[in-house]
Ligand binder design. Structure first.
Ligand code: AMP
Ligand code: ZN
Ligand code: FE
Ligand code: FE
Length: 284
């Protein structure tokens, strides 16, 4: 059997558009054998995903933890196979989700000052109850209002990281996120670290300091990395002995990313499973 391992996906418990169970069904249809659900700052989708698992697929518990460096650079940290009951990690995710609400009110305030007819209620209409709020929901509200035609246009015109409307989300440092994930028995993999098209990125020196802080792996095969960025990351993964992963960063209809468009090798996946003490894949 061909193995297809996708370790980076989002459901509508954050800014994806599939329900978690639907995402699992789509993954099975796409021939995925091992799927990680990695919603932003949340594991709320895990139960629904499990209930739709059937026997065809292994599920990997995870979350994409928002982080901010001391220089206010946004970093995403994939936490995989941590103990879902771990209180410090849960509290950190709860705190970030609540900070995201204040941040959204401020972004909407700036857009209103610039004359845009948009309200915080418009944004909430686009969000599933309890889901992690993010800029994509604001983008969806702009689509509904007829201001833009899709999420991409909203990001290109108003919501990208260099925009005057951009405000980072208050969240732990990458070092803290690594510590929280590992103290919960999980594996910490930095997501799309060199994705320069998204904005400013971390330096190789800073990446090395994260390795010293306990970083386990780096996501290399991701749509937002070009060939040069992948080569540089592959070299760094060899130099530091890091686990190398790939994932689709699927967001349902919210982005063009298709399930399994990037995947992780079995040997690398086995290193993750061997290192995790908090949880095991379900259905191995
Ligand atoms: P936030 O979590 O609020 O900072 O928003 C970041 C999310 O916006 C990420 O998960 C991205 O997947 C999503 N995003 C960034 N650029 C775009 C785009 N051009 N189209 C759709 N979604 C995007
Ligand atoms: Zn997202
Ligand atoms: Fe991300
Ligand atoms: Fe993501």
């Amino acid at each position: 059997m061909t193995l297809r391992i996708d370790l980076h996906t989002h459901s509508n418990e954050s800014d994806g558009t599939d329900r978690p169970g639907e995402l699992v069904e789509h993954a099975i249809d796409a021939g995925i054998t091992h799927l990680a659900l990695t919603d932003h700052d949340s594991i709320a989708g895990w139960q629904d995903a499990l209930e739709h698992r059937g026997s065809a697929i292994s599920l990997v518990l995870g979350a994409e933890i928002s982080c901010q460096t001391k220089e206010a650079l946004s970093v995403h940290m994939l936490g995989l196979l941590f103990d879902p009951e771990n209180q410090p990690l849960r509290s950190a995710m709860d705190q970030t989700r609540s900070n995201r609400v204040t941040r959204m009110e401020r972004i909407v305030g700036r857009l209103q000052e610039a004359g845009m007819e948009i309200t915080i209620e418009d944004v909430y209409e686009q969000l599933r109850e309890g889901a992690t709020l993010g800029r994509p929901h604001l983008a969806d509200a702009m689509v509904k209002r007829g201001i833009v035609k899709d999420r991409s246009e909203a990001f290109d015109k108003f919501l990208h990281n260099r925009s005057k409307f951009y405000i980072p989300d208050a969240s732990p440092t990458p070092e803290d996120a690594i510590r929280l994930i590992k103290e919960a028995g999980g594996v910490a993999i930095i997501a799309h670290p060199f994705a320069s098209l998204r904005g400013r990125i971390i330096s190789p020196e800073y990446l090395e300091s994260l390795v010293e802080a306990g970083l386990d792996g780096i996501e290399i095969d991701h749509r937002d990395h070009n060939e040069g960025e992948r080569d540089a990351l592959r070299e760094l993964s060899r130099r530091f002995g890091l686990i190398a992963t790939g994932g689709s960063d699927y967001h349902g209809n919210g982005k063009e990313n298709r399930l399994a468009e990037n995947t992780t090798d079995m040997a690398q996946f086995e290193r993750i499973v061997a290192r995790a003490t908090g949880f095991a894949p379900v259905g191995e």
